[in-house]
Design a protein around this ligand. Structure first.
Ligand code: 13P
Length: 280
């Protein structure tokens, strides 16, 4: 069933686990995530990068996500990932998104607060709540990590914006890591304490060692994003199928193995963050 962001984050908070958020790009990745969530009986978030919402992909992909959520017997949230401005957040709401991220993390602190609050206030009219970001989570191509989120700033940000969950910079980055990251677990703990238990979000989940993820979840990470490794699971399997002399030509048959690969990848992450069996 389709649920909003606050419902699915509320489930994670109540149960003391983390909801995995998988970036989806096409119908096949949506089906892979759906099958994984059903088999593992897990609540999941299907999220979409804003560039897809700007292009025609969003127009076609959104109904596919909504159809998957309507068919699902587990809670599914349709979320905009890294919305940079009100243009993308408004369009995503029109397309039926039930969760919105407003990423003002590259703005000066006061501007990030003001923009995030404005979007959170608007979304609330539609019963949709917002994920904010404080302390910029960059990419693995960046040479240096930006400043980590401080507990004091996080407290002010959460109080003044009214976000439902907060993405924090504690050692992760988007993409494939050159060497496995080490997370600042003490900082996660301190941010949780300073914010009175705000639900925290970890971006850049691909390639983070399992033990680090488990520790982060134990300290209050309630949503964790996976994109790059989901893409590789799909694309590497496409390559295998292409190289098979018996490969099917019909596209739907060709796609069966890549869909299976996405499903297996998602099941492994659902279990890792403790979301399996939490749907019921
Ligand atoms: P990865 O691509 O590193 O898994 O990060 C995904 C993410 O955080 C999406 O916002």
């Amino acid at each position: 069933m389709l649920v909003n962001l606050q419902t699915i984050i509320g489930m994670a908070e109540k149960g003391g686990f983390c909801v995995p958020a998988f970036n989806v790009y096409n119908m096949e990745s949506v089906i892979g995530v759906l099958h994984a969530a059903e088999e593992a009986r897990a609540p999941v978030i299907m999220q979409v990068y804003p560039r897809l919402m700007k292009e025609e992909t969003g127009y076609f992909l959104s109904p596919v996500i909504l159809a998957a959520a309507a068919r699902a017997t587990v809670p599914v949230c349709f979320h905009l990932d890294h919305g940079p401005s009100e243009l993308e957040t408004t369009r995503s709401l029109c397309y039926g998104a039930t969760g919105i991220m407003l990423d003002g993390s590259t703005l000066p602190f006061e501007e990030n607060i003001a923009l995030t609050k404005r979007v959170a206030d608007t979304c609330r009219y539609l019963d949709v709540q917002v994920e904010g970001e404080l302390g910029h989570v960059g990419t693995t191509k960046d040479d240096t990590m930006d400043e980590f989120t401080t507990p004091e700033d996080a407290k002010r940000f959460v109080e003044e914006t009214g976000v439902c969950c907060l993405a924090v910079a504690v050692g992760t980055a988007h993409g494939r890591y050159k060497k496995p990251p080490k997370l600042d677990i003490e900082r996660i703990k301190a941010i949780r304490a300073a914010t009175g238990g705000a639900a925290l979000v970890l971006h850049g989940g691909s390639g983070v060692p399992d033990e680090e993820i488990k520790k982060a979840v134990a300290e209050g990470i309630r949503k964790m994003n996976f994109a790059t490794d989901l893409c590789y699971s799909f694309l590497d399997t496409c390559k295998e199928v292409v190289n098979d002399p018996q490969r099917p030509v019909a596209i739907d048959t060709f796609m069966k193995k890549p869909i299976e690969a996405v499903k297996s990848f998602c099941i492994s992450k659902i279990k890792l963050v403790g979301a399996d069996g939490r749907a019921d």
